[in-house]
Design a protein. Sequence first.
Length: 199
Amino acid sequence: MTSPAFRPTHVVPGPGMPAWEVPDPARPTVPLDPLLPVQLLERRGDWAYVLCANGWAAWVDGRLLIAVPQDPPAPEGPLTRAADPRPLLSRASDALARYRAAVEELAGGGLDGEAFRGRTRGLRIGVIVDGEDVWLYDAAHGRWVYAEGTRLSTYATDEGPQAGGHAPTEVVQADGNPPTEVAQPGGHPPTQVVTRDGP
């Protein structure tokens, strides 16, 4: 049951994330599910203490949380068919119905674990409803959208900012060490660490 004071401020990233009882890597607890809405309660450096809708709370790496804007951007211009959230709501409803049917069949013994994984592979939905506001995950376009009634706008995408043809970042060292590469997440080119002789 959702706590009446619960208002999501963030969403867990797509792969899910580990969680800890206290801000100490030696005290792990149950990981958080992908795209789970959470409310940020406290920050301690990179650590974030989050509350889940069911009242359970844990510490996570706050750098990985995806913020849910509290003041969503107002759509510009008149409403167009492309800005209508109803098709996305229908797709989310259909995906949830397919998942529910697969769960029922698994629970009834009609599917084994492998068949269940095959039946649910590729299903991704995310929905947060808060009164007139709704945040929806659009799996077809890899983005989160915000809707208030029949007005829809994008506020986050799965892909980070594009490099736009820029060269990877260079970190220049003056300590005489040879150049090294620092791997970057998401398949981006590695950061170059270059030694420089002068200041």
